[in-house]
Design a protein around this ligand. Structure first.
Ligand code: IMP
Length: 176
């Protein structure tokens, strides 16, 4: 296990992302929608650096990549907020294949928000296949599996304060 980003590096970057959001959404009241479970720590840190009026909600999905490039996504918990006519910001821990984010984007678009933006702490740019641009990216990383700061390996290691690369590990089953 090798450290990729220290607690301090993450803290600095999260503050920068929040500053961008504060500037971009000045005078508005966006709803931040966290994608459970992985985003809970990023969301908690990000939202406390946001100084504009905002709301918080969560959605939970599970994705299975399997062997096909398509994969399947299941909704486990929907948002509670009415997002019609609102500015929303999806808050994700990591965009890997892009399957989850593509699903979320089309699902949330269907509810008629005014704008949808995406904030992800980590982005596996080489592997992601997205049909849109990401608005706020903490760090672009390689395709290696990472843990810590909310990200798990078999539901464990979410509590690590930094982000670590797991050497020689691959996981293609259930995510989230
Ligand atoms: P995607 O649908 O392939 O983009 O994967 C998104 C979800 O998979 C994320 O929300 C994470 O929960 C999980 N995931 C993807 N890559 C990693 C990783 O390297 N470490 C931990 N979780 C990951």
């Amino acid at each position: 296990m090798r450290e990729l980003f220290s607690e301090q590096t993450i803290e600095t970057r999260v503050k920068q992302l929040a500053a961008e959001i504060n500037a971009d959404f000045a005078g508005k009241a966006p709803i931040l929608i966290g994608v459970l479970n992985g985003s809970f720590i990023f969301m908690a840190d990000l939202v406390r650096e946001i100084s504009i009026e905002c709301e918080v909600d969560f959605i939970k999905i599970s994705s299975y990549e399997g062997t096909s490039s398509q994969g399947t996504v299941h909704l486990l918990k929907d948002i509670s907020a009415d997002i019609t006519g609102r500015d929303i910001i999806i808050v994700e821990d990591i965009v890997d294949s892009g399957l989850t984010m593509n699903f979320l984007m089309s699902r949330l678009e269907g509810a008629g928000p005014t704008t949808i933006s995406v904030a992800t702490l980590l982005f596996k740019k080489e592997v992601a296949r997205l049909t849109f641009e990401l608005d706020y990216v903490g760090f672009t990383i390689s395709k290696d599996y990472v843990v810590g700061y909310g990200l798990d390996f078999d539901q464990k290691m979410r509590n690590l304060k930094g982000i670590y690369r797991l050497d020689g590990q691959k996981k293609s089953e259930e995510k989230g």
